[in-house]
Design a protein around this ligand. Sequence first.
Ligand code: CTP
Length: 406
Amino acid sequence: MISILKDKKIVIGVTGSIACYKVVDLASKLTQAGALVDVILTEAAQQFVTPLTFRSVTGRPAFTDMWALDEHVRHVGLGESADLLIVAPATAHTMAKLAHGLADNLLTVTALAARCPILIAPAMDGGMYENPATQENVKTLKSRGFHFAGPTTGRMASGLSGLGRMLEPAELFAQVRLAIAKQTGELVGKKVVVTAGPTREALDPVRFISNRSTGKQGFAVAQAALDAGADVTLIHGPVSLQVPMGATAVPVTTTHEMAEATISAVEDIDALFMVAAVADFRPETKSDQKIKKTDQQWGMAIALEKTLDILSSVKTKREKTGSPKVVLGFAAETQDAFTYGRSKLLRKGLNFIAVNDVTAQGGGFEVDTNRIILLSSAGVVDEMPLLSKTAVAERLVHHVAQALGS
Ligand code: CTP
């Protein structure tokens, strides 16, 4: 279940392309995420896939016939009450009809009557997409506020390769999620920067000092901010996670790189979520070559120096510019979490600190859950039970949105 998709009414208009089979998967994914998915198939679409296929994955009737008793009236209503209409796959022919306001089947009638945003996922072979007639229609539709997802370049059913391949279901799913977020989210129109993951400090070309952060909590915060409709920049250290679609990713390695990226990204933004587990120390010297074993058996030492405290630099900058308006930090603690957390909040000039006892059962690094106490200078804001990192992220984003007055 995905919170922002729960009970959202999504109409999928399916037109006649072999890419239909992928849209069955999209309908299934959206249904599993909690959306109410109604499908309309054109006659050509039914050459490739049946209404029963969609009914089976959505648990709701799939519609085909404009002339069936009541259907016309009902589906003008369907378009009016939907949160989003996605036409996928959208053939050149249907796009031409939509551009010219034709209403000769249930899908085009619904599209013409729709009050919600319409997302078009084109799918066509050969040079059809690049044909000036199609391009003119795309331009017209975009100028009237239709949104486009794809197409992309790749192999097409004919065996040709070119521009016209429909996006994959997972990508379309992410586009639907973004489109819904931009309508209803608490952070629509807000700019947010999230840092995530560890940083690494090299000893030599093959060894480094780092920590156990996997980036899961930071990436979940980035996704939650996207779900709230924000423009999100995600500055992240080395992790093996997929960047949420819609976020602008800035990959970095060292604390110094993260500091530079963060300080330049917070120029004119609403909120900074500093979730990264930043390396606090780095070797005083980095060897250009791999350090070799010597005969020395004991007493080997690495001289360390402190790295820059990114939040303290942000604080100095913020005092001059007023940006970010709200700053949330994390405190990873192994003892006296509350006391240390509170002193970091004050020292680093934060609005909120998410105190995280990384030794608590189910919380901290390398797990999917976390136990967080959110503090402000006024005291405890939210003492969370053990929650998934996704749920923690949603709650943090909500508190920040409230502080921004959203
Ligand atoms: N942080 C930072 N720059 C650093 C280290 C940490 O901006 N060089 C940020 C973290 O991203 C986090 C907050 O400061 O949001 C607290 O990080 P934490 O590691 O808990 O605290 P430290 O300041 O490093 O203090 P200590 O290591 O003494 O606990």
